[in-house]
Design a protein around this ligand. Structure first.
Ligand code: GYE
Length: 327
């Protein structure tokens, strides 16, 4: 009898092992577990903006609703903290790792460690510039180049038919981050056929309100003429509004303001006429992340890139959208 049980146990072990290695193509280490047995480690960038706060809340709420255990860490916008968090998730042997890379470069070593441990990685919100795409299962989030382009297209449209010089100052996001690089590229591309529209100064405000205010104060002093502010997120635009008002100018009138995100404070400023145009970037990535994990866990393959759908808002559209805005 004991021998029979022993043989049965051995056969089960072989079956389990083969199920694991078979599932590695799709779901890696977690392929044979049910969702409520999974542990997912999420390494967040920080809490730098209204967007980030909404993103964190949406991810935490989505995991709760799906009954999947979430280990969450906040890197305070430092890459070394994010790498530490990812290493500790690898050590704990979590089933999946998701993270929003604060900057684009410098991830290959830690991602190779996750791969060696057979833990699938999902990039949310921001991309890495690694050539080796086998280091992550998918990248889900916005198309930041398209966002920058929408901002530039709107500006070109405003000055259509005029060749008067238009001086733009740009408040960049975190240096080296995918959204800062791509929103700059998309915008430059959209305005390049109009030599009268020029970016006269461009500096990072690190995606924070305080950063945007500080940079704007300095630019108001150093630039003889500013017609337009293009801020890579709402928070920096809101900081710029404070600086513009303190300098005795009217934001939205004396100086036009374009931002990206569409969080509540940004949309309120847009509805009140202090911002002129917002390109939406949705922070609600929780559902997509859960869907992706569910698919991988079932051994299904997922596309290498999942793009979030987004719109843009004028002042009138903001008034209309505000009452139903979730974040
Ligand atoms: O636009 C900004 C945040 O990575 C898309 O990060 C995100 C950006 C977002 O701090 O507000």
């Amino acid at each position: 009898m004991r021998k029979t049980i022993g043989l049965f146990a051995a056969a089960t072990l072989v079956l389990t092992l083969s199920a694991c290695s078979g599932g590695a193509a799709g779901g890696g280490g977690g392929a044979h577990k049910s969702l409520d047995q999974l542990v997912v480690g999420f390494a967040q960038v920080g809490a730098e903006s209204g967007w980030r706060t909404a993103n964190t809340k949406d991810i935490q709420d989505s995991f709760k609703a799906a009954n999947i255990k979430l280990q969450f860490s906040d890197a305070q916008q430092k890459q070394e903290n994010q790498i530490k968090a990812i290493r500790s998730y690898i050590q704990q042997g979590v089933d999946y790792i998701a993270f929003s890379p604060v900057v684009q470069t410098g991830w290959d070593a830690v991602l190779n460690e996750a791969k060696a441990a057979n833990i699938p990685v999902i990039l949310t919100d921001r991309a890495v510039d690694s050539k080796d795409t086998s280091l992550y299962k998918t990248f889900l989030g916005s198309d930041f180049i398209a966002e920058g382009k929408k901002a530039g297209d709107w500006l070109v449209e405003q000055y259509k038919g005029s060749s008067d010089p238009v001086s733009v100052v740009q408040l960049e996001g975190t240096t080296g981050s995918a959204p800062a690089i791509d929103r700059g590229t998309g915008f430059a591309d959209a305005i390049k056929a109009n030599p009268n529209i020029k970016v006269v100064a461009s500096q990072t405000g690190d995606f924070t309100r305080a950063g945007g205010k500080q940079v704007m104060e300095a630019m108001l002093k150093s630039q003889p003429k500013i017609d337009v502010v293009y801020a890579h997120n709402d928070d920096m635009g809101l900081g710029a509004i404070e600086a513009i008002e303190a300098a005795g100018k009217v934001p939205g009138k004396d100086i036009k303001i374009i931002t990206v995100d569409g969080v509540k404070d940004g949309m309120t400023a847009l509805a009140n006429g202090k911002i002129n145009f917002i390109v939406e970037c949705s922070p609600l990535l929780g559902k997509q992340l859960i869907d992706t994990i569910t698919k991988l866990n079932n051994g299904e393959t997922v596309p290498q890139r999942i793009v979030t759908e987004e719109t843009t808002f004028t002042q009138d559209q903001a008034k209309e959208a505000l009452p139903n805005r979730k974040y």
